[in-house]
Design a binder for this molecule. Structure first.
Ligand code: GDP
Ligand code: IMO
Ligand code: MG
Length: 427
């Protein structure tokens, strides 16, 4: 049986938590393959709302094995807090598996994330301040601390002492902050080791064996295509690879085993943090979208920047991820508009672009070219079949599908698990 990847097609917060929860009953493993607790995935089940940051959304489905794979960066304190929060709400978390190869977010990563953002001033990225960038930087420069290191006290000590040699110089001499104490960190992380030991596994081996046995593995992306370190709006991106390529290296599953790539995309666009966003609405229309859509960050509580649907972005996501199906979310949010602008291309200094321009400089100066689609006023939250949508809502979906270049297989008309129209199976 296949592996299926879910990727955010925009700048994150497309509804990945909901989509993952929806397929939870039909899959055996749900795997986070990149990112860390910068993510905020919302799952609404009945009258219960869950905000997950580090744990795969599949943890809420009793028959799913949730996996935090090698590509994720783990803040162990946050992980334990999240596990305890779920346990208190009666969720069984005992099946969780954590890769021994995943990297750990250390206190100096969090400190450096915050202080470097402050020093960037107006040029700041607007990170979540969780230490994501500095942790991935250490991973790439081969100075990272991995989950398995917590179980070898000698190695853990050596790595932390070595890391602090230069991190403390940086913190004190460049950023004018107090350095961190190695002993305190070593003690803290040895404590986490005991609490996490039972979850740690060779997750790549487990997942490949599961696939051999005919099980279904669902790879849940966090963030989104335009926050990808390679394919996003660099440098205003996160430090990992949310795109579908990242799902294979981040989980240790070969690309030939992935049969579907589901792109999740909002019926409009949002972004948190800095960076270009051509269709952003800095007016009462943007405020309307924010209020209607409840567009406030799950992780940092920041207002999300809001704008109209951007078709070149959807096409770009199709292209760089090899999207086979789209899950279109939040269609209900657009109810009540006379006509709905959809960006079909850009004007950059008088030159028309059908696709995302090649350079960041051009993208920064891209003005959207809009086409206007007819809106609808009927409440669509009760619709469960495509035919139950008002004609204009059907038209909106069909036009987006054509522009995005891949079929829309599911449509969200509300945050709840069942507030979904399934046009084709996602699994
Ligand atoms: P994620 O990070 O991709 O998991 O998305 P977030 O949870 O950060 O943000 C998506 C928000 O939209 C959450 O509050 C969801 O409950 C909500 N949501 C998801 N799908 C729909 C939908 O189809 N309609 C509405 N109205 N809300 C939705
Ligand atoms: P989910 O999984 C939206 C953004 C931050 C910032 C940039 C870099 O819920 O979709 P980082 O802390 O990762 O170094 O910040 O990325 N960002 C997100 N925006 N949704 C997310 O996750 C995000 N995770 C990071 O706002 O602009
Ligand atoms: Mg989110």
């Amino acid at each position: 049986m296949p592996a299926i990847t879910l990727v955010g097609a925009q700048w994150g917060d497309e509804g990945k938590g909901k989509a993952t929860d929806l397929v939870g009953e039909q899959v055996d493993y749900v795997v986070r393959y990149q990112g860390g607790n910068n993510a905020g995935h919302t799952v609404v089940i009945g009258d219960q709302k869950y905000a997950l940051h580090l744990l795969p959304s599949g943890i809420l489905s009793p028959n799913v094995v949730p996996v935090i794979a090698n590509g994720v960066v783990i803040d162990p304190g946050v992980l334990l807090e999240e596990l305890n929060g779920l346990k208190e709400r009666g969720v069984d978390t005992s099946h969780l598996l954590i890769s021994a190869n995943a990297h750990l977010i250390m206190p100096y990563h969090r400190a450096l994330d915050k202080v470097s953002e402050r020093f960037l001033g107006k040029g700041r990225i607007g990170t979540t301040g969780r230490g994501i960038g500095p942790t991935y930087a250490d991973k790439i420069s081969r100075q990272g601390v991995r989950v398995q290191d917590m179980f070898d006290p000698k190695i853990l000590r050596k790595k932390i002492e070595l890391a602090l040699n230069d991190k403390n110089q940086l913190l004190s001499k460049v950023y004018n902050r107090r350095g961190l104490d190695a002993e305190t960190i070593i003690e803290e992380y040895l404590g986490y080791a005991e609490e996490l030991r039972s979850y740690v596994a060779d997750t790549s081996l487990v997942l490949n064996k599961a696939l051999d046995e005919g099980k279904t593995v669902y790879l849940e992306g966090s963030q989104g295509t335009l926050l990808d370190i390679d394919h996003g709006t660099y440098p205003f991106v996160t430090s990992s690879s949310p795109t579908s390529g990242g799902a294979t290296s981040g989980s240790g599953i070969g690309p030939t085993r992935i049969s579907k790539v589901v792109g999740i995309i909002k019926a409009y666009t949002t972004r948190v943090g800095s960076g270009p966003f051509p269709t952003e609405l800095l007016n009462e229309e943007g405020e309307w979208l924010r209020t209607q859509g409840g567009e406030y960050g799950v992780t940092t509580g920041r207002d999300r920047r809001c704008g109209w649907f951007d078709a070149p972005i959807a096409r770009y996501a199709t292209r760089v991820n090899g999207v086979t199906d789209f899950f279109l979310t939040k269609l209900d949010v657009l109810t009540g508009l006379d006509r709905i602008p959809v960006c079909v291309g850009y004007d950059v200094g008088g030159v028309h672009h059908d696709e995302i321009p090649m350079t960041q400089t051009e993208f920064h100066h891209a003005t959207p070219v809009y086409e206007y689609l007819d809106g609808w006023t009927e409440d669509i939250t009760g619709a469960r079949e495509f035919a139950e949508l008002p004609k204009n809502a059907q038209g909106y979906v069909r036009t987006l599908e054509e522009m995005a270049g891949a079929p829309i297989s599911a449509i969200g008309v509300g945050p709840g698990r069942d507030e979904t129209l399934q046009l084709r199976p996602l699994v």
